[in-house]
Design a protein around this ligand. Structure first.
Ligand code: NAI
Ligand code: MG
Length: 325
């Protein structure tokens, strides 16, 4: 697969179903003719059990050295002092925009989540009686996530800024910063309290186009959105910075179904499509996304969607439609 102009892609299968769905994504990329050179990096629980660390400085350097990262999922090690590997990668590579498209036959909206601050600031302390976490919102990070959301909203209908500014001062700054960017970019925008957004996602998801929100709200609303779409296994994401990016399905390592060959690979395959778009191959990305859609519509569904296909059979169906398109 490697050749002149091949992009170096760090591939982290991870744990549980991570390696299973990443294998599917790589098979689809090969069938699509993607010019990538995979660099396999072992990170996660299996690594931690073997060596006592989940990710080394060298691993981080290897990730940084590649053009981008394709990530499966990792199981959180049972260690009270464990520092989240994904949070560390997001922070070190400054992957500030978490972009999560939600697509089905009826729905098509995107959640854009600020990925570096908010309640995930890491500024927290705890003793036996009290614990506190500082919710950090800055104008700089609010503006840059709003810019990214406006890029995605341009040409679509509207941007919805999701917040809790009626209670939180930090969200007043977030809301104001986003509104200013949207006004300058002439993107139609509305604002919505996060509780109302949670309700509307279930009762009327078709009203949304692009939502932009802070870190924790985006984390929670995107799992809710996955439920509305039908399964966590369907959904993809991109973590994008200025010159690095990491692509991963939004689900975790799903230990309950690992090793059974029944994990839904659609989220990982769609993440690979997002990766090809970011690498400058929008036509190939569109072909892969179309093939996934067709495979699902034809009934190639894993048990999480009520089907009886295995991971390999769904992958095979996607590859088949890829040849047709
Ligand atoms: P999970 O997303 O792994 O699983 C939640 C439920 O969804 C399970 O019933 C699982 O079987 C199902 N599911 C998830 N992906 C699926 C797929 N592709 N096909 C079919 N069914 C699927 O979340 P959970 O159980 O809370 O976490 C398991 C482990 O994963 C934990 O150690 C957690 O910390 C880690 N995790 C890692 C993430 C990452 O690496 N990005 C994200 C979320 C959780
Ligand atoms: Mg989550």
């Amino acid at each position: 697969m490697s050749g002149r102009g091949a992009k170096k892609v760090a591939v982290v299968g991870g744990d549980g179903i991570g390696p299973e769905v990443v294998e599917s994504a790589l098979a689809v990329l090969r069938a699509a003719g993607a010019e990538i050179e995979p660099v396999f990096v072992e990170i996660g629980l299996v690594r931690w059990k073997r060596t006592g660390i989940a990710m080394s400085e060298e691993d981080l350097a290897a990730l940084e050295e590649c053009d981008c990262i394709l990530f499966g999922a990792i199981t959180t090690p049972p260690d009270p002092n464990y520092r989240s590997v994904l949070l560390r990668i997001r922070r070190e590579l400054d992957l500030y925009a978490n972009i999560r498209p939600f697509q089905s036959e009826k729905l098509d909206f995107i959640i854009v989540r600020e990925n570096t601050e908010g309640l995930y600031s890491g500024r927290e302390e705890m003793d036996d009686e009290q614990a506190q976490t500082v919710r950090v919102i800055t104008r700089r990070c609010s503006e840059r996530i709003a810019e990214k959301a406006c890029d995605l909203a341009a040409g679509r209908r509207k941007l919805t800024i999701v917040h809790k500014a009626n209670v939180l001062k930090s969200d007043r700054l977030f809301l104001k910063s986003c509104q200013e960017v949207a006004a300058r970019r002439a993107v139609p925008c509305e604002e919505m309290l996060v509780d109302a957004a949670a309700y509307n996602l279930v009762t009327n998801p078709g009203r949304f186009d692009v939502l932009v929100t802070t870190n924790l709200f985006g984390d929670i609303l995107s799992d809710e959105a996955a439920g509305v779409i039908g399964s966590l296994g369907l959904c993809a994401s991109a973590n994008i910075g200025t010159d690095h990016a990491l692509f991963e399905p939004i689900h975790g390592s799903a230990p309950d179904i690992a090793g059974k060959g029944i994990a839904n690979p659609a989220g990982a395959i769609r993440s690979a499509a997002m990766m090809m778009r970011w690498l400058g191959e929008p036509e190939m990305a569109g072909r892969i996304e179309g093939a996934v859609q067709k495979a699902l519509a034809s009934g190639a569904k894993t048990p999480d969607l009520g089907g009886s296909f295995g991971t390999a059979q769904v992958t095979h169906a996607v590859v088949g439609y890829l040849k047709e398109i």
